[in-house]
Design a protein around this ligand. Structure first.
Ligand code: SIN
Length: 503
């Protein structure tokens, strides 16, 4: 097996991974490995924006309170304090590196999203905020020669020796390489692909969570999966996010009969918290026996819509929906995993040498339900923090000898891989989705357990290992959801509705 030695290994090239790599670059050589193209991550597809308390009408304290309220009592307050306090500095830094957020005149323009009590969401090119952030971070990293980018390199497992993490085994061009590092930062993103309906890109298969779990890291809060209320639902269209910023700017939800309905479920209407809106849509779909509802933005000025939401406008038009004149068919979809590899506020996991940041991590910042647009900010803030701590608590891989490194690849392919993938996604969507119960979760578990033999091997293709990781991640979501018997935040069990809040 080829052995590569670097100072720092970063796994993942979204906002958290790239920000970590940039932080590490002044301290030694950095490898950023990613299983696809460098820019293929959830960051690239993030539309609505990035929340930060920078507007004249806002304060860090109000951002803190909104985040805590959205998290439904389960946020880690220290982590939230770090997020909201350090957010403005990270954003100003990004602007100094060339990020162009939309402005109104010379001032930054802030939009509204659900459960925010102020307009505090920065956006870029209307609805391509993540793409702009990714562009700036890639450019910055490109100008740092110590950062080496290694694309189409798939992490099979972490290298764990005597309880310490020394890097990762990577599959590249069909061969296994061992990358040894003094510190490893996991920033592999989420796992939306375990659900039939998701806004996440194809790469979001839970690889980092599954690898960390196999390595013995503590994994937390996996029952908390956020479902976005509005993804495009058109027979020939791909699953595509319709940003919450549309509702922030006045879009209205209508049922299949084109009637407004959301206020029948919650007084805050279209801008109630995401979990409430998603559940209301599901209930309305059941009530009206339909597979989708509509999002209506036709009452806004057409030129304004095209300018404010150019990517959404163009994408829908490609599928014959002119959003300036027509209702958009939408349905909820899995969007964000609040749980993941448990870290402290410095990005340390329970395994020395291993750090985590971004969606793969569970800092506790989101509690039971993430406040919209807090995730790009989390990636920046905790990516930078994980880098700083990785430098402080390096371990020495010098004593690791090639004979310590083994990872046998199975020559077998997973039999019926496509069928397994489809069955997991269907079982998770139908039984471990927006509304769950002990009965439905047990059904999902039964389906997952049918293929537990798949977990015993490491495969020689990315596709097969992704299926293994999807199974592992689904198992973690379902077993955590079974354990948490009460409904809280995004975890809603219809066999145990939430306790009434006593003021
Ligand atoms: C959106 O644009 O609606 C997504 C924002 C987020 O998930 O934070």
């Amino acid at each position: 097996m080829e052995v590569v030695r670097v100072d720092y290994l970063v796994i993942g090239s979204g906002v958290a991974g790239l920000r970590a790599a940039i932080g590490l670059a002044s301290e030694g050589s950095v490898y950023v490995i990613t299983k696809d193209e460098l820019k293929e991550s959830s960051t690239e597809y993030a539309q609505g924006g990035i929340a930060v308390a920078l507007s004249d009408e806002d304060t860090i304290g109000i951002h803190f309170e909104d985040t805590i309220k959205a998290g439904d009592g389960l946020c880690d307050e220290d982590a939230v304090r770090v997020l909201v306090n350090e957010g403005p500095e990270r954003i100003m830094e990004l602007i100094s590196w060339g990020a162009e957020f939309d402005r109104s005149g010379t001032k930054l323009a802030f939009t509204m999203e659900a459960a925010h009590s102020r307009r505090r969401i920065l956006h870029a090119q209307g609805d391509s905020t993540g793409r702009e952030i990714e562009r700036v971070l890639i450019n910055k990293a490109r100008n740092m020669p110590v950062i080496r980018k290694y694309s189409f390199a798939y992490v099979l497992d972490l290298i764990i020796i005597d309880g310490l993490c020394y890097g990762a085994y990577v599959l590249k061009d069909g061969q296994v390489e061992a990358i040894l590092a003094q510190a490893t930062v996991l920033a592999t993103g989420g796992a939306g692909q375990v659900y039939l309906r998701t806004t996440n890109p194809a790469v979001a298969t839970g690889d980092g969570i599954a690898a960390a779990f196999r390595a013995g890291a503590v994994i937390e809060d996996m029952e908390f999966v956020q479902f976005h209320p509005t993804s495009l639902f058109a027979p020939l269209a791909p699953q595509f996010l319709l940003s919450e910023a549309l509702r922030g700017e006045g879009a209205i939800l209508r049922n299949i009969h084109k009637e407004e309905f959301i206020r029948n479920y919650h007084p805050e209407g279209e801008l109630a918290a995401r979990d409430i809106v998603s559940r209301a849509i599901v209930s309305e779909m059941q009530r009206t026996k339909s597979r989708h509802v509509y999002l209506d933005i036709t009452h806004l000025d057409a030129d304004y819509i095209k300018k404010r939401f150019p990517r959404i406008y163009r994408t829908c038009l490609k599928y014959d929906i002119d959003i300036t004149t027509e209702l958009i068919p939408v349905c909820p979809a899995a969007h964000y995993l609040m749980g993941g590899v448990k870290t402290d506020t410095a990005g340390r996991t329970s395994i020395p040498g291993l750090f985590a940041a971004g969606e793969v991590a569970c800092t506790g910042v989101h509690g039971a339900n993430r406040l919209a647009s807090n995730s790009l900010l989390e990636g920046l803030v905790f990516g930078a923090r994980a880098a700083a701590e990785a430098v402080n608590s390096r371990i020495s891989p010098m004593e690791v000898s090639p004979s310590d490194l083994t990872l046998p690849l199975s020559g077998d392919r997973i039999e019926d891989a496509d069928e397994i993938r489809q069955a997991i996604r269907k079982a998770m969507w139908e039984n471990a989705g927006i509304i769950r119960s002990s009965k439905s979760l047990s059904t999902a578990l039964e389906t997952i357990n049918k293929w537990d033999h798949v977990l015993d091997k490491t495969y020689s293709t990315r596709y097969d290992n992704e299926i293994k990781n999807m199974l592992q991640t689904s198992y973690l979501i379902v077993t955590s959801a079974l354990k948490r018997q009460e409904s809280v935040g995004a975890h809603y069990r219809n066999d145990s509705p939430p306790e009434p809040h006593i003021p």
